[in-house]
Design a protein around this ligand. Sequence first.
Ligand code: ADP
Length: 278
Amino acid sequence: MLRFESVALRHADGTRALGGVSLEVPAGQFCVVLGASGAGKSTLLRTVNGLARPTGGTVRVEGTAIGPKTLSRIRPRIGMIHQQFNLVARSTVAENVLCGALPAMPLWRALPGLFTEAARRKACALVEAVGLGEEHLLRRVSELSGGQQQRVGIARAFMLDPPLVLADEPVASLDPQTSHDVLSLLRRQARERGATVLCSLHQLELAREFADRIVALRRGVVVFDGAPRAFGAQAFDAVYGRHADAPPADAADPAPAWQPPPSSPPQPLPGGLLELAP
Ligand code: ADP
């Protein structure tokens, strides 16, 4: 479904955001990208929908390499859920959910907001599916709580029944109980539709509870890849250890970042830890 092939991204100022990530996410998996702030989680997700362009390597969705020529075709196949919800605050819940259909609409329908009857019905059904009653349909988003707004964000993401959903720190601004409810909802909606989810989180407890698989990043490099139950103390140190926040030694070094050897991808150690080149 989703494949990262030695994906690297170095910003213009020399900051290395991704240092050669190789990863395959099979269809239907709820894969959590875990890491401390600045680890590269958001950048990794953004390379999938073209919001960040890798400086090395290739990202493939359903076998198609992401690039300027393929993006418009692939974007309707990807739902996106944002940390700050990215809703139009002054528009209604229904209007915001309908916006999820825009990537698949021709410009002449999209600009004046000429949504089909089927799209309107779908939006209503999704609003109900995410636990907001009919009475919320015409409410302005600005009147909703954070948790309710993220429910709207989830409904919008599923408007086109995308096989792949990216969720970038979807609960970072929510309280613990609401975070739990929202992730339960996201997982349920994805499972019902067979959708693959790549979800970034910085909270280990939530990753452990909701992930089928945890891929942990540190300084743009995968340091753990395995089942949540395999994420032990050693993995915790690798991800959040005392050097985790230190700037990488080669932050401004123009030399290429670590890359897995082309013929042998990084080998998992017992417990999912990956052996990294020195
Ligand atoms: P995370 O999502 O894990 O918090 P990010 O992917 O946002 O991490 O950032 C990865 C790294 O890239 C960080 O060191 C961050 O400071 C850096 N970074 C992000 N955007 C830019 C930018 N536009 N220019 C330079 N560095 C950036």
